[in-house]
Design a protein around this ligand. Structure first.
Ligand code: C2O
Ligand code: CU
Ligand code: CU
Length: 597
């Protein structure tokens, strides 16, 4: 085992002018906070002679160029795939897109994927949403270097659903996804097959992403600390890798398979003519029956299966899918203190503003259209009584500080499970996701309180760093109100020293933002959401946009919100990550592992 140094971190610090600190050696609390913990490296998995695949794919990640805007092509990273064995529709390219091809699998298939990389940095592919053994899950400890091969072998255990493949290397996930490494996985099964839902040209994958380009059409990525604190936002919406996306349709029903593939941006999907959005499925597949919503919130990593019926519409008519306005997902502190700069930073497309995503044009009249089934799927609804810990939910405590975002009070470290993060295999667990400081009042059981708050007390006092790094003295729970250490940094981080007097709860509330929390492994069900009264005005702008009752692997947790979920941990032992799917947060260390044992 050798240790690898963290490239992205180095690059990031170099860019922000904090590079000097790296050479000088950062204090350990800062290293931990910034996710600079070292990552061991394990040998890549090899093909097993006893595994007989139904489907085999060669998958490659490589630097590439592609025309996105008119003029100069854009440098990207790209997944390319070649079908070695299996049905011809297993691999479908998206013409003109940097996105990886759509991978289609059947439940029960045995799948082998031979993954190689031509990137000059470590990478590993993760199958977001799939229930696979730990060794096949794309854990960063298995990241490969240029020229290496990692062989994945697993059986498709998932029910019909849309999933994602994307990289998961230590601290490099956000930038690799941003530069193009992502693709959709569609799983089919017999239950879904029987429904006769729109397919072929009537089933449209829609991957929503936002990007920023420079004058030479090259991607601009995070360069400020605030890009990491709030996540990185582009000012241009791309659908399936293309700007100004138009879809020509016939006057009939379509199935839209929507995926938020953005690093940080949260959308509030709505049709511009105010017709309801008909949702037939979520992350983990079909709902029991369709639901009609005025709008639907879609956070990074989440998927949505939408029945889009254009029958009865005239040729020439248009419908726009928009992200409509909402508030309350970014920290109040950022809104208040960054003010103009904050908005400038989001350029022409502030988070929560109203803007178009794609335009549908009816170009063909057809006479028949499939009917929306009343009943889509049958499955068990988890009850509290199914869980082994009805009175003691596994805590997932979100804690937020000016320079750090943590889960259960700790930054990511490999194989570092807390007692509450050790899960007996083949159990069904009640879990509770909540903000550790402030918000909804009440802090769960004592244990989670301890984990959420007690471990943040770094002992080393910030000194000179405070100057450059903008008052880091305030982060990570070291809320000593030491204004000396923060004044120098005031200009970069907006005078965090001001927060000193407000204490933990005030700080928590001011820094609180929405986080899409993703758990690897099997899908879960949402048991309940509750929200403190303080957030109700903002909350009112999003609350009708959550889909309950289906299977999820990523759930948007609003400021002040507590979300209870029930999740099975069946079949596989090992380390399974859980993290914020705001990818900048993930890379900052807002990630932990469950050790299933
Ligand atoms: Cu979509 Cu751990 O990732
Ligand atoms: Cu995942
Ligand atoms: Cu987050």
């Amino acid at each position: 085992m050798h240790k690898s140094i963290n490239l992205s971190r180095r690059r990031f610090f170099a860019k922000t002018g904090a590079g000097l600190l790296v050479g000088a050696g950062l204090p350990s609390w800062l290293q931990a906070m910034e996710g600079m913990s070292e990552m061991p490296k394990k040998a890549p998995n090899k093909a097993s002679p006893n595994f007989h695949p139904d489907v085999e794919i060669d998958l490659l990640s490589k630097p590439s160029t592609i025309s996105i805007l008119s003029g100069q092509p854009t440098q990207v990273f790209q997944y390319v795939a070649k079908l070695v064995k299996g049905p011809a529709n297993t691999v479908t390219e998206i013409p003109g897109s940097y996105l990886g091809p759509i991978l289609r699998f059947e439940k029960g298939q045995k799948i082998r994927i031979n993954f190689r990389s031509e990137l000059n940095e470590p990478t590993i592919a993760h199958w977001h949403g799939l229930h696979v053994p730990a060794l096949m899950d794309g854990h960063p400890v298995y990241a490969i270097d240029k020229g290496q091969l990692y062989v994945y072998e697993f059986e498709m255990l998932n029910r019909a659903s849309m999933n994602i493949y994307h990289p998961h290397p230590h601290n490099l996930t956000a930038s690799q996804v941003y530069h193009g490494l992502a693709g959709a996985i569609l799983v089919n099964d017999q239950e879904e097959q029987k429904l006769g839902l729109p397919d072929g040209e009537y089933e449209i994958p829609i991957v929503i992403q936002d990007r920023q380009f420079d004058d030479n059409n090259q991607l601009i990525y995070a360069s400020h600390m605030r890009d990491r604190m709030m996540g990185f936002y582009g000012d241009k919406i791309l659908i399936n890798g293309r700007p100004d996306f138009n879809l020509d349709v016939a006057s009939r029903a379509y199935r839209f398979r929507i995926l938020n593939g953005s690093n940080a941006r949260i959308y509030k999907l709505a049709w511009d003519d105010n017709s309801p959005i008909t949702v037939i499925g979520t992350d983990g597949g079909l709902l029991e029956s369709p639901v009609h919503k005025p709008y639907v919130m879609l956070a990074p990593g989440e998927r949505l299966d939408v029945w889009a019926d254009f029958s009865g519409r005239n040729v020439g008519s248009q419908l726009v899918l928009r992200s409509s306005s909402f508030s309350g997902v970014l920290p109040k502190m950022a809104e208040r203190m960054m003010g103009h700069a904050g908005r400038m930073h989001q350029m022409g497309l502030p988070v929560g503003s109203d803007y178009p995503l794609l335009t549908v044009k009816v170009t063909r009249q057809v006479s028949d259209s499939p009917a929306l089934p009343n009943s889509l799927s049958t499955y068990h609804h988890y009850q509290i009584s199914d869980t082994v810990n009805p009175n003691k939910p596994v805590p997932i405590a979100i804690s937020e500080g000016p320079m750090s975002m943590l889960l259960n009070g700790r930054p990511y470290a490999y194989n570092d499970a807390l007692p509450s993060e050790r899960i007996p295999v083949n159990t069904i667990q009640l879990m509770e996701i909540f903000h550790a400081h402030g918000g909804s009042g009440g802090h769960g059981d004592d244990k989670s309180k301890e984990q959420g708050q007690g471990m943040q007390h770094g002992n080393e006092k910030p000194q000179a760093e405070g100057h450059k790094m903008g008052g880091m003295g305030m982060m990570g729970g070291m809320n000593h109100g030491n204004s000396d250490s923060t004044e120098g940094g005031g200009h970069k981080m907006g005078g965090m020293g001001m927060m000193g007097g407000e204490g933990m709860a005030g700080m928590g509330t001011m820094m609180s933002m929405a986080h899409p929390i993703h758990l690897h492994g099997q899908s879960f069900q949402i048991l309940s959401r509750s929200i403190g009264a303080a957030e109700s005005e903002d909350y009112a702008t999003v609350k009708d946009g959550f889909i309950e009752g289906g299977f999820k692997d990523t759930v948007l947790v609003m400021p002040g919100e507590r979300v209870k979920i029930i999740k099975p941990f069946q079949d596989f032992k090992g380390l399974f990550m859980y993290h914020c799917h705001n990818l900048e947060h993930e890379d900052m260390g807002m990630m932990r592992e469950f050790s299933v044992e």
